[in-house]
Design a binder for this molecule. Structure first.
Ligand SMILES: O=C(O)c1ccccc1NCC(=O)[C@H](O)[C@H](O)COP(=O)(O)O
Length: 199
């Protein structure tokens, strides 16, 4: 089970996520209580070893702006929560970056198709909101069969194992479910989440 811990904003939380066994860490570079600056991300990358993927998260920014901000932060991966087209995937790749394309669980069947992104992420209606949804509704989506995709939205240490199994997900992504309060990570919950997801 691939595990991404998102919305990290302190070196200590990055270290704990890495030590716990997270496969990816996410930094929110768009308007959010979890927002960090490109220079803060650059500093935190010192705690991200090779083999752990560091990802810049964006919402409605134009793709070119997201790429420029991510590059300034020293990142090679971006996660875009926006209405994208297959051409946007090409734009990201032409810039030498890798892409997590985020869609909501209510997306059309076409949006679930493989557009050539490195990973698809299927999230609640509002990203980073902590809202749960009907994860099992994904298990019969034909476009997701035999694909590497991430489940997100309302996951926490107590529900992640069952949710991932119900959805048939290859990996999971969490932010709210490992926080004390919005934007403040709970280090023990990060450890518990990774353990439960990988257990
Ligand atoms: O975290 C944010 O505030 C945020 C804002 C804008 C776009 C994306 C954002 N976060 C994305 C994530 O943290 C994860 O991909 C996922 O949505 C986490 O959901 P949850 O565990 O329900 O917080």
């Amino acid at each position: 089970m691939f595990v991404k811990i998102c919305g990290l904003s302190t070196p200590e939380s990055v270290r704990v996520a890495v030590e716990a066994g997270a496969d990816a860490v996410g930094f929110v570079l768009t308007a959010s209580p979890r927002a960090v600056s490109p220079s803060q991300v650059s500093g935190m990358l010192a705690d991200v070893p090779a083999g752990v993927t560091a990802i810049g998260v964006f919402r409605h920014e134009p793709v070119a702006d997201a790429l420029a901000i991510a590059r300034a932060a020293g990142l090679e991966w971006i996660q875009l929560h926006a209405d994208l087209t297959p051409e946007d995937v090409t734009t990201v790749h032409d810039a030498g970056m890798k892409l997590i394309r985020a869609v909501t669980m209510a997306a059309t069947a076409d949006a679930f198709a493989d557009w050539g992104e490195e990973l698809l992420l299927i999230d609640a209606a509002v990203p980073g909101s902590g809202e749960t949804w009907d994860y099992a509704s994904m298990v019969d989506v034909t476009a997701l069969q035999d694909r590497n995709w991430l489940l997100a939205g309302g996951l926490n240490p107590d529900n992640v194992s069952q949710a991932a199994a119900a959805a048939g997900a290859w990996g999971v992504d969490v932010s709210s479910g490992v926080e004390v309060s919005r934007g403040v990570k709970d280090l023990d919950k990060i450890r518990a989440f990774v353990k439960a997801a990988k257990g």
